[in-house]
Design a protein around this ligand. Structure first.
Ligand SMILES: [Zn+2]
Ligand SMILES: [Zn+2]
Length: 125
């Protein structure tokens, strides 16, 4: 095990997202939209045979959506000592984000080296 999935400290901003300091010293910062897109519940991942929810691409400001309220977290509740449940302003609250899952989806470059498309050149073996 090279990394810890135990959070040392969790900072929650209902309008911005979640920051987690892990016990191994790593820090993860998750934006709201990113977390919503990564919702692990059956409805969003298609575990019951429905097609997986396709993350919406970032779009330029659309005049027809100007009255749509911005996505927010209404609340974040701990689930046991292994996960958190996020209650979204769009009415969705089925997703239980285990710390394992959160660590896995950490959006930082060290954790998601392929996110930008190209592999890092000259990685030491
Ligand atoms: Zn979901
Ligand atoms: Zn990371």
């Amino acid at each position: 095990m090279l990394f810890s999935t135990d959070p040392e400290h969790i900072a929650i901003s209902k309008s911005k997202g979640i920051k987690i300091d892990w016990k191994d010293g790593h820090r993860s910062e998750y934006g709201l939209k990113y977390l919503r897109d990564k919702c692990p519940c059956a409805g969003c991942t298609g575990a019951h045979g429905t097609p997986p929810r396709v993350p919406e691409p970032e779009q330029p400001a659309n005049p027809f959506q100007m009255y749509q309220p911005a996505l927010k977290m209404l609340g974040v509740d701990p689930v046991g000592n292994y996960a958190i449940r996020i209650n979204w302003s769009d009415g969705h609250s089925a997703g239980i984000y285990s710390y394992d899952h959160l660590r896995e989806i950490c959006p930082c470059e060290a954790c998601q080296p392929n996110k930008k498309g190209d592999p890092l050149p000259g990685r030491p073996q």
